[in-house]
Design a protein around this ligand. Sequence first.
Ligand code: HEM
Length: 420
Amino acid sequence: MRESADQARSAAPAGPALVASFDLARLDRAFLDDPYPTYRALREHDPVHRMPDGSCFLTRYDDLVAVYHDAKTWSSDKKIDFKPKFGDSLLYEHHTTSLVFNDPPIHTRVRRLLAPTFTPRALKALQPRIEALVDRLLDAAERGRLDMIDDFAAAIPVQLIGDLLGIPPSERGPLRGWSLRILGALEPVLSKDQFDAGATAVGEFKDYLRGLVARRGRESLHDEAEILSKLVAASEAGGARADDRLSEAELLHNCIFLLNAGHETTTNLIGNGLVALSEHPAQKKRLIEHPDLIKTAVEEILRFESSNQLGNRMTIERVELGGVTLGPGTPVTLCIGAANRDPQQFPDPETLDIGRTPNRHLAFATGAHQCAGMALARLEGAIAISRFLARFPNYALNGPPVRGGRVRFRGFLSVPCAVG
Ligand code: HEM
């Protein structure tokens, strides 16, 4: 049973040998299956770990918080970093135009324009829609078997972001594939096939959205949740102050980013949560008996198996961190997955405890770039997991779950499951 495996792992000695050889560019299957022993060894022995390419890998909670809160020293702008990797491709255009990979003033302006999408009022309007969608998916699963990812977890964010962008249901088929391919290009090591697939996906998605924006100009939608019209207005003369306007490229790439930001991450929150609960039966039973614990349970799942494990920054000036001096222009990887199991911040960090409070995890980062969609993600996670448990309390994995095989986005591609 997984509970005893976790306990055994946390008792195992951390290995300095794991640390010396750690290189994000050379990861093996064992690491991708379970990165936590390596994260632990790094945190204990070399928390500001220099990798062969000169970049650094950070694993301590306090170091990540310090970096996230000091945007003057640690830049999110990826133009320098992505040039050698993406050249002049559409992947370069996309990733360097998204707000997440920009500093002020671009970041501040775009973030302000997106803000109305995620107000408590906007979320309240979305809640009955998420509940109805989840119930429809659960009704379809009554037949006895389902793939927890394809038939449930992945369907929720894609449909919801489809609603937000006002994409007609019959046109949503390619969205998931586009998003997976564009985000796949952010993995530390990129094959030519992954690069080509990512660049093609940006082109197809951008063309599709350009057509959608043109149609939106001709026909208005009467859907309170739809935000594309608001963003189009923010890109037009008269819709926003001239220095506030979104360019066409900013409009299209930030819409693409919204799908990417909210799709795989939320799929993984729901999938990781249901798998973790089935592997920790005592916690599953506790949540079934005390459904009011769903909010703390979602936070604990986000901490324990963070869907987005890595973030990135680059030093603007010379800086000292954890006794190591970093010169200007040093790329750093912020390991959210390691920080969220730092014993200095979380007592008994390798244990899944659905009632854990306080739980100031970094799954959504912190500081100026903290996830803009975190309230929506929390709402989707809570509705999906609690309704699944209520409908199928005896659900069980029905074959080995297949991991996505990615280091940045941690989750499953497929989880066969029996619900009868
Ligand atoms: C469990 C689900 C999610 C997780 C774990 C997650 C995680 C994150 C993280 C860690 C960042 C910060 C990146 C950085 O600065 O390095 C971020 C940014 C962002 N996320 Fe999320 N996210 C989730 C869901 C969503 C959803 C549902 C949306 C919207 C539909 C969304 C929209 C955004 C946006 C717009 C940003 C950029 C914020 C900025 O740069 O100011 N996210 N997210």
